[in-house]
Structures are given as C-alpha cells and as structure tokens.
Design a protein around this ligand. Structure first.
Ligand code: NAI
Length: 717
C-alpha cells in the first residue's frame, strides 16, 4: 500500500488520494514524501494525456501537517541534510506541480493544517466542504516552527503582506467559509459527495491555470516591502513583535523575516530563504521544547495516560456546586456550557442567583460577538438552577464544594450534602490549600472524595489539578479525570500535599521575587526580568492580585501545621517583607487599591514609590544582574517541581510540564518547569543550582533526584 493512490478516469483527470497506511491522518512523513515525489514524476511523464489533477484525502481530515516525531529528532549536525530533504522532497515537487500547465485542485473534505494547508495552497484551485468545524491554517508558530512547505512564500503572495502576517504569526485557523472570503477557497460545496464533481468542473473551467505569481507582471497585493505603506508598517513590526515575544520565541521573528525578505526576491529564492529559517527553527531548542510538551505530552494527557485504566468512561449529567462565589459560579458556567445540569447552591437564594448572573454575563458577551445563538445562550443558562435548598442536590453525580477556605465549614457542607449524591456519585473539594486527606475525614466515603482544584478565572484557565487523597479510590480518580475532560479542561493528577503541586510552586515564584526586594534589587528590575524570562506577570504584580493578606494567612497556617508535627519552620526572606507591607504600610494588594503597586482610579497601575524608600535603599544594593534574576525566578520553580516529583506529589513529567504552564504560566517557550531543566542540560542545571544555593540560600540546593539524573547523564522523561 502506498500513501498516495494514483487513479486516472475516463476524462483523463488524475485523482491523487492521500491515504497514509496505518495512520488515522495524513502527515508529511518520509512515506508520504516519497509517494508524493513518485506521483509528481508520473504526472510529468504522462503530462500530455492528463487534463487535470485532483488532490484528495481518504481520511476524515484532509491532511494533518508535518511529521512531528521526525521534526523533533532533527539535530543541528543534520541541518544540511534536513534542508536538502525539504528542497528535494517538498519544495521542488510542489513547485513542479504548480508550474506544469495542468490544472491542479485540492478537494478539501476536512481539516487542512500546516503542511496540509500548504499543499492545498500550491494547488491552483481549492474546493472545500462548507462546514464551520473544518479548520484551515498554518499553526506551526504555536509549536515554535514556521510553515516550511511554502507557507510563508505563498500566503503573502495570495493575500498581501499585511493580511498574511497575522495568520502566519498567530497560527490562526479559519473555516472554509472564512477562507473563501479571503479568496483562498474557490468554491464551497454542501457535502463530501459533491467534492469530486466540483473539482472536475473547476478543471474543465480552468484548463490552463497559472499561479498568480507565475503570471507576467505579477505584483504582491497591497505592495512589496519597499512600497511606502508597507514600509511604514514594517518599520514598527519588529518592535511590536518583540513587545509580545520578549525575545523568548524565535519562530514569529523568523516568520516575519522570511516574509519580508522573501517578498523582495523571486519565488524560488523566497522558498530557499523560507527553508533556511525553517531548518534553523527545527534544529533549535524552543521548537523541541514546545513540540514535546504542547504536542506529545498534552496528547498523552488527553489520551488518559495519567488516568487509572480499567474503569469505563464516566459521564456526569447533574453536578451540584456548593458556594456561588467567584470559583463556584465559574465552575457552574464550565459545566453548563458542556451540557451538564448544575445545581448552584449558596446560603441564600440571592447569593446563588448572583452566581448564576456570572454565566449570564459571559454568555451575553459570547452572543454579542456572534459566537453563540440566543437559543444556545438560553439553553445553557437554563441548565443552572440557583438555590439555597439542600434538597435540590438530590441525585447529583458529583458535588463540588467551593465554599470559603475554612476546614470546619467544608466539613459541615460535606456531611450535609454527601448523602444526597446518587449511588455512584462522588464528592470533590476545590480547596486551594487544605490537604484533601484531612478534608476527607469529614466524609462517610473517603474513597469517593477527591480534590478538583480549579484556577481563577475558571472560564479562561484550562487546567484542573486533580488531588488524590490518601483514601481516594482509583475509580473516583478515573471519574474525576473523565469529568475534567468532559468540561473541556486539561487534567493533571497529583498526590496530596500541602499546597499540592501548583500552589507550592507558585509560592516559590512569588517569594523569590519578594526576597529580591529585601536584598535591594529594584522592583522594576524584578518585574521586568520575570516577563523577559517568559512569565506572564511579575511576582510582585501577581502577589497583589492574590493579596498579601491571603499569602500571610496561608503561610501562618502552614507554619502552624509544620510546627504541630514537631518540625521546624524554615522562614523565607520574603516573609518579613510581606508582614511589613501588610502590617506597617497597610498595603495588602490590588483589591484594596494598594500593594507593591499603586492602583490609581484613572490611568495604569505603577510600582509603589515607597518600595525604593523602604526596601531597596535600606538594603545592601548589589549591581543588578538581569540574567541572574531571570534564572532565579525560573530555577526556584523548577527545583520545587523536581522536589514534587521526588516526593511523589507529581507522578509524571507531562503533568509537571503542562501543569506548570497551564496553571502557573511557567515560561511556555521552555516546554514547562521540568523541560526547562532538561533543555538547560541537567548537569549544567545542577551546577548552576548549587551556585545559586551558595549565593542565595539552601532553597536552591539541587534535589537528589536531580543530582542522580545529572550524574547518569539522563534527562527527565
Ligand atoms: P468566595 O468567597 O468568592 O465564595 C465562597 C462562597 O461560598 C460565598 O458565596 C459564600 O456565600 C458561599 N458559602 C459559604 N458557606 C456556604 C454554605 N454553607 N453553603 C453554600 N455556600 C456557602 O470564594 P472563592 O474565591 O470562590 O473560593 C472558594 C473556594 O475555592 C475556596 O476553598 C478557595 O480556597 C478555593 N479556590 C479559590 C481560588 C481563587 O483564586 N479564589 C482558586 C482555587 C481555589
């Protein structure tokens, strides 16, 4: 069996059916490439008897894109070989196909992404099934790559530089309808059955097509980079891009360069420029980090690798949510939008109704943007029943408590509502800090008690940290996992520990930033270094969001617990600063309009000038080493993450990487908190951690798991 079937019909139209054996989707792997080259060669040989060519797919999708397994394995020492492979097996055959003088049409039956959309773009005509679920686009940038199959060369020549750039830089996917509006699809058909006839008709109507750029006198729509309007836009484009990437992401920069350089030269030179940038990205570290985590590890999570096997998939249809505050109302929304009935319970009807209003607002916004219909919005909202009455929770498949962070209150609501669950039902707590095993003591069925730690705001944050208490059963864990997928979120599974995984690591990040203040590092340097390292928000800004009072409260509680177990509390240098901010200067954070930042009624927040006076000046200010600040902020999180692996709080590297990025915003370019160490090189990472430990404190001491792996020249897999 071959990856491409060659069939010529009585009208002399050749259909190339892409049908990669043994795979559910077509990808641009070695088998495909050799089949593609062979097919093109045959077309060239039989050219005189061929009226046209249709490129179609026998899979559910048209084409999935590049072969990521192959891409992730390319190393810098094989760069030349890779470049030549691209040229001879992708660029050249595609170019031959589009310049043969025979009409070529892509018959698009499903998603055409990356290399698949690039294949379609090298065809003269494109007909597609009119289905909004079909995605067309070049998402390579999201994996640290660029479209190296002619994408950065053809798209700007179809659309113009200004319209092509956002699609390339953001990796935006569009529906066939939208693509038709852009002029990229020539005809839409109602169903897959109509594709072949429409493609054949297109061939008959366009017997001698040429690509626009192969027609004499062709000019790039909207102007080349040297035309005044485009030149003006391009003068600021790199700065605007850098403001977004902070220099952490080479792919968007390479895309911009490939487009600008490529549109000033002839087509074949442009393809060569594109291949060079693509080769550089494919060999680089960032694409490997991103492909490894956002593709392979995330897919493993979605496929259930962290879920106990041997239990049938569980679907819930009725969920009870206790507490209609910030978290409860968000959880209710997440469930209702996935078709689940929700009983949203608070202490009064009014409070519960307020929680439902939150969904009303979010749905209203979606509706006004045309993303859902009025009927859909109403249907979703009607699924939420606000109430203050216990009885409404009768026969819930799952009850999630999101009441105040108070163990006694949580115990009370657990005991009151648990008996109302259906027989197979289970109970979850959304606590952010209290150990699940401790909360489960209030439950009559500790094996059916689990932690479901959502992140705020729930409608935007993709992660749910599932916490397994000491007695939580495998079955309950599997159910919790299925529920998280059911509401379209990403589950990671962790064992119980104070602060679980995410809150623990988050704590190290903010504390490290605050500790630097105590050392005399200027606040602006701390905040900027964090963002330059790839974190979404600086540690001082995020502390203000959380509130310093809450941080103080959590620390006091942890200290009490540690001391009650007869252990000594290791004070962190950040603690004194937090205490002074709250107790001396009454600056507990954003909610009160004053924290590390000032929050004027009008205008943007800015760092509180008192920080220099009270902290920086009084400390021994050393010269600022931006690189060291960046590394401290990332290292401390990675070290704590590795400790979580060592202590079996985390059970897999994939959960660590995905959890750190989706839950904490850990620098996505690095592929996550553990991958950051891998790509740094574990030996080098260990040495650097040792150095930081000597300079800044034992908290940087490399955990033994790390030292062992480094000594054995291994990495975390
Ligand atoms: P919140 O203060 O906004 O809401 C708590 C709600 O619980 C209030 O509406 C209150 O009236 C209600 N409530 C109190 N007693 C109740 C009872 N007996 N029955 C029903 N409802 C009752 O609090 P928030 O921020 O929503 O937090 C809730 C839980 O989620 C806490 O355990 C918190 O630690 C956790 N959490 C909070 C996150 C956050 O970013 N705020 C993130 C992750 C977890």
């Amino acid at each position: 069996m071959t990856a491409i079937r060659f069939e010529k019909n009585s009208n002399n139209i050749v259909t190339l059916t892409m049908d990669m054996p043994g795979q559910s989707a077509n990808t641009m792997n070695a088998d495909f490439r050799s089949a593609f080259s062979a097919a093109i060669e045959r077309i060239v040989n039989e050219k005189d008897s061929i009226k046209g060519v249709i490129l179609s797919s026998a899979k559910k999708t048209f084409f999935a894109g590049g072969d990521l397994r192959e891409l992730v394995a390319v190393t810098p020492d094989r760069a030349e070989e890779f470049f030549t492979m691209l040229e001879t097996t992708i660029s050249n055959p595609m170019r031959t196909l589009e310049t043969l003088g025979i009409p070529v049409v892509a018959a698009i039956n499903g998603a055409a992404l990356g290399g698949g959309w690039e294949l379609a773009l090298c065809c003269h005509g494109r007909v597609a099934v009119n289905d909004d679920r079909i995605q067309l686009g070049l998402p390579e940038v999201t994996l640290g790559l660029l479209p190296g199959g002619g994408g950065t060369t053809r798209l700007p020549r179809y659309l113009g530089i200004e319209r092509a750039l956002p699609l390339l830089l953001e990796g935006k996917k569009v529906s066939p309808r939208k693509a038709q509006q852009l002029g990229l699809i020539h005809q839409l058909v109602a169903s897959q059955e109509d594709l072949q006839a429409a493609a054949e008709a297109w061939i008959t109507a366009n017997p001698m097509p040429k690509q626009p750029w192969d027609v004499k006198g062709y000019k790039i729509p909207g102007g080349s980079p040297s035309s005044p309007k485009v030149a003006q836009m391009l003068a600021i484009a790199p700065a605007m891009l850098k403001a977004k990437t902070k220099g952490c992401y080479p792919a968007p920069e390479a895309i911009l360069s490939a487009v600008v350089e490529g549109t000033q030269v002839d087509f074949d030179t442009a393809l060569r420029i594109e291949r060079r940038y693509f080769t550089e990205l494919a060999c680089g570290r960032v694409s490997k980090n991103m492909i490894g985590t956002f593709w392979f590890q995330l897919n493993d999570i979605k496929a259930g690798k962290s879920r106990p096997a041997d239990f049938p998939t569980n679907k819930v249809s009725k969920v009870g949510v206790l507490g209609a505050g910030m978290m409860g109302s968000g959880i209710a929304y997440a469930c209702a939008t996935r078709g689940i009935d929700v009983v949203l319970k608070d202490v009064s009807q009014e409070a519960a109704a307020k929680g439902k209003q939150y969904s009303e607002q979010l749905l209203g916004k979606k509706q006004s943007r045309g993303r859902i219909s009025a009927d859909e919005a109403k249907l979703t909202l009607d699924r939420i029943t606000p109430t203050f009455e216990q009885a409404a929770l009768q026969a819930c498949d799952l009850i999630i408590e999101a009441v105040f962070e108070d163990s006694r209150l949580k115990a009370k609501v657990t005991q009151e509502t648990e008996p109302l669950l259906c027989e197979q039902g289970y109970f979850a707590s959304n606590t952010s800090t209290i150990p699940i095993t401790q909360l489960a003591e209030a439950s009559a069925n500790a094996e059916k008690f689990v932690g479901l730690h959502f992140f705020s705001p729930v409608d935007k944050m993709p992660l749910v940290e599932i916490i397994r208490g000491r007695q939580t059963s495998d079955e309950t864990l599997a159910k919790a996992f299925d529920f998280v997928l059911q509401i379209n979120k990403t589950p990671i599974v962790v064992n119980d520990s104070r602060g679980f995984f995410t809150s623990r690591v988050f704590g190290t990040y903010v504390n490290e930033g605050i500790a630097m203040l105590a050392e005399g590092v200027p606040a602006a340097a701390i905040e900027n270094a964090a963002v330059l390292a790839g974190m979404p928000v600086g540690p001082l800004a995020v502390s203000d969001e959380v509130s310093l009072t809450l941080m103080q409260h959590i620390r006091n509680q942890s200290k009490k617990d540690v001391e009650s177990q007869g252990q000594t509390w290791q004070a962190h240098p950040a603690e004194a600063i937090i205490d002074r901010m709250v107790d001396e200067y009454a600056r507990p954070g954003k909610a009160k309009g004053a924290g590390f930042y000032d929050y004027p009624n009008k205008g943007r927040k800015h760092l509180w000038t008192g920080l220099t006076e009270h902290f920086t000046q009084s400390a021994k200010t050393e010269s600022v080493d931006l690189e060291e600040i960046k590394e401290r902020l990332l290292f401390i999180q990675t070290i704590e993450t590795i400790r979580c692996l060592e202590e079996d709080v985390l059970l897999s590297v994939r959960d660590a990487n995905i959890g750190s990025i989706f839950g904490l915003g850990f620098a996505p370019w690095s592929g996550g908190a553990v991958q950051y160490a891998n790509q740094y090189g574990l030996r080098q990472f260990t040495e650097r951690a040792q150095q930081l430990s000597e300079r800044h404190g034992k908290r940087f001491a490399p955990p033994s798991l790390l030292v062992e792996k480094a000594e054995q020249n291994e990495s975390f897999e």
